[in-house]
Write a protein that binds this ligand. Sequence first.
Ligand SMILES: [Mg+2]
Length: 320
Amino acid sequence: MTHFRFEFHPYRRKFKRPLQTKHGNWQFRQGIILRLSDNCDHIAFGEIAPLSWFGSETFEQALAFCRQLPSQIDEEIIFSIPNELPACQFGFESAWETLISNPQIPQSRQLPLSYLLPAKEAALQEWQPLWNQGYRTFKWKIGIAPIKEELQIFHQLVRSLPAAAKLRLDANGGLNYMQAQKWLQVCDEIGGIVEFLEQPLAVEALEATLELSKRFSTPIALDESVATLSQMQESYQRGWRGIFVIKPSIVGSPRRLREFCQSRQIDAVFSSAFETAIGRQAALNLAAELSRHNRAVGFGVSQWFEDEDESWIQELCQIY
Ligand SMILES: [Mg+2]
């Protein structure tokens, strides 16, 4: 069995403005850059970028896992990382894949990008310059202001967007059943411009979400409900045939993700978990490989950080 030299480097990045999540304000993104090398001087990097409030392990758990590993590891170690550490599974396996495909890293096809508009009425001013830059898919968060107010803004937004635009509505699980039903009714009346309604109900409300998906023609996507591969499998078993939003960095093993998506013909939308260029590239490669309907990917996030240019990553890779 091949042995790899293993090194790791924890990082901490500051958001320009704290990111509002359901579990409070998020100020720093912490993660770990991994480096694997073999005795032929092939080198590859991977990234562990946990989002514990979204269902993965914590940064501290990932760090503890890296610290207890020896400096020489092999494939047996990489492929036996427990399911409780999905971000570690992703980081190690993607580094390993890059290393064994060296020097020919496959050129992945480019998927269109989706752009996250600001919440509430600020969205109305923001889409136009982005449209001019070539963006065609926009995402808008709902379930933040009172529904009456949001529906008004939504109608204005839909009227102003060109017919070729696609709009994704993301409720982050923040709607109740009546509100979700109202949004779906309105989207059905409007027709094609709404690509899907994302995670309308809470993670636990899969039965109700299944029922809504059968009653309305506007597609529904699950996101928070399918953060990890085990949750994806469970939702599929319980009958979910709608869209799965996949954040590769926290979903778990890329190898098992491939098997699942390909054998079940999953309709997947890929999105970032605020990882650096290293995790992002690995995630985009998977997206290009597994996206079946050319759906736009949500990966435009480096602008959220103070170290927007990510120059420290290049420096880090050179130091190593
Ligand atoms: Mg979402």
